[in-house]
Design a protein around this ligand. Structure first.
Ligand code: SF4
Ligand code: SF4
Length: 130
């Protein structure tokens, strides 16, 4: 009589058969004609919203775009400066390490400062227009 060897580990169940993968779609056809791109220049494009000089955003008053306006309560401000760094329009006014106000000529009322302030020192409200 022969003795059969017993396996110590139980056999794993057979993996289910995989479905064949669908063929990958071909990449979309080229959408842009960039032939002669080395010859392209500003003359090829119509003049639109162009900023002719770097660093001139202070000259472009954008406060009129605003619908909501932020108000800062300096008494609640801890001086973390998150609003200052997050403001996309560099409109937070800081005095002695505390946010004290907003440059309303440039603030667009996005509300990022209020959303980021950990001290709830900034509130947004609908701006009254004349
Ligand atoms: S509302 Fe927007 S643009 Fe105005 S101060 Fe806050 S982060 Fe800056
Ligand atoms: S995020 Fe709030 S607490 Fe921080 S500096 Fe601005 S107003 Fe002050």
């Amino acid at each position: 009589m022969t003795q059969e060897k017993k396996s110590a580990t139980p056999k794993k169940p057979a993996a289910p058969a995989r479905k064949p993968r669908a063929a990958k779609p071909k990449p979309a056809a080229k959408r842009w004609d960039i032939e002669g791109i080395d010859d392209w220049g500003a003359s090829r494009h119509e003049l639109g919203a162009t900023i002719p000089d770097a660093g001139n955003s202070v000259e472009n008053v954008t406060g009129g775009w605003r619908t909501n306006v932020p108000a800062i309560d300096p008494a609640k401000c801890t001086g973390c400066m998150l609003c200052y760094f997050y403001c996309p329009d560099a409109s937070i006014i800081v005095e002695d390490g505390i946010a004290t106000g907003v440059d309303l000529a440039h603030c667009k009322g996005c509300g990022i400062c209020a959303a980021e302030c950990p001290a709830d020192a900034i509130t947004m409200s609908l701006e009254e227009k004349e």
